[in-house]
Design a protein around this ligand. Structure first.
Ligand SMILES: [Zn+2]
Length: 361
């Protein structure tokens, strides 16, 4: 994902089928040509056995180099295939998507009350890998691989074509993405934005919400405070603890998104601190523009190729290092088109869908 929470295509591979050897080969190529020793990356994927094994054996997505997280939609689907209960499936989603630990615990207790088997199933999955509340801020708020489905959709018409045509279409559409994003970046710059559209929207929305909160200062030295939210129908009157020095709020959102939540905004106001300075530089607009400022070289007619393979690989690989140079540690999440077979089976499952559009792809 890029700084505007859009899919940033980094690498493609054509394999016979999704098996452990295929994934292992793919991750090795990725490590060698794209990641190249960089640390701080998060891979979100299904729980495909072969992929899990390959990830565990590789250097890039295991601690301390990086992390591996599960797509919550896949977790819920797998859960439902065993438990077969839509109410519990919904609770499973709520538990995984909840940022606050206390609320996560409450939902898990409810699951336990309804089915010990369902609770035991979820309890044996590493919570860091499937819940937002235990994630530690790696996901940047991205819970599923839904967005990678956009790429599946873009390439849908190309799937049954010969490999050379498939590669050509993939390149053409990737070039298109980079071109459109570059234009979009310049527009954001012309609007005098500091950050990408995604960050701006979230910042403004939380800023507006902060008006409704009440703050009680605790320590000026530590810049800590408690914030009480306004009572609303069915919710509100919650107390959150904010520690500006640690860049954290007990609601969990600041840590997850890197953008001060409404509670943090309120506390910044109380201590006369610039809340804008608290936004993580991963949303920096200049860096976003650098990501898409590089260009692909047009591919010559085959007659002019000295070596067909090196011509393609040079074209593709020339851009990738430049893209990655602009992505700072812990600043993006890569998501891959995974579990295509499982996806095909789940296409009818529309109960849990994040908003997707071609614009976001
Ligand atoms: Zn908060």
């Amino acid at each position: 994902m890029d700084r505007n929470q859009q899919v940033l295509p980094l690498a493609f591979a054509i394999v016979d089928e999704e098996t452990y050897p295929s994934w292992k080969w793919f991750l090795q190529q990725l490590s060698r040509h794209v990641i190249r020793g960089r640390h701080g990356m998060c891979l979100i994927s299904s729980r495909h056995g072969g992929l899990n094994k390959a990830v565990r054996e590789g250097p890039d997505f295991v601690s301390p180099n990086g992390v591996h997280r599960y797509c919550l939609r896949h977790v819920c689907s797998n859960f439902n295939s065993i438990i077969k209960n839509v109410v519990l499936k919904d609770l499973c989603w709520q538990a995984g998507a909840e940022y606050q630990l206390r609320k996560f615990n409450r939902i898990m207790e409810e699951i336990k009350k309804q089915s010990v088997k369902a609770f035991a199933y979820l309890d044996q999955i590493n919570k860091e890998k499937w819940t937002a509340s235990h994630d530690g801020g790696w996901r940047c708020g991205i819970l599923t691989t839904n967005m990678s489905e956009c790429i599946n959709g873009v390439l849908k018409g190309a799937r049954r074509l010969p490999v050379s045509a498939l590669v050509e279409i993939t390149l053409e559409r990737t070039v298109y993405y980079f071109r459109v994003r570059a234009i979009k970046g310049h527009k954001m710059l012309q609007n005098n934005q500091l950050w990408t559209d995604f960050a701006c929207k979230m910042f403004i929305s939380w800023q507006q919400k902060a008006v409704e909160h009440t703050v009680m200062k605790y320590s000026h030295a530590q810049q800590s405070a408690s914030v009480v939210t306004r009572r609303q129908t069915g919710h509100g009157m919650n107390t959150h603890v904010v520690k500006i020095g640690n860049r954290e709020c007990s609601c969990g959102k600041w840590n997850q998104f890197g953008i001060p939540c409404s509670h943090a905004k309120k506390v910044c106001g109380a201590y006369n601190i610039s809340v804008a300075s608290m936004v993580k530089d991963l949303y920096d607009l200049m860096a976003y523009n650098n990501t898409y400022s590089k260009h692909f070289e047009p591919v010559q007619l085959e007659d002019y190729w000295d070596d067909p393979i090196s011509s393609w690989s040079t074209t593709l690989l020339s851009v990738l290092p430049h893209v990655l140079v602009e992505i700072k540690q812990h600043a993006f999440i890569m998501r891959w088109i995974v579990g295509r077979r499982q996806e095909a089976q789940q296409q009818g499952d529309s109960s849990i869908q994040e908003n997707m559009s071609e614009e976001d792809c």
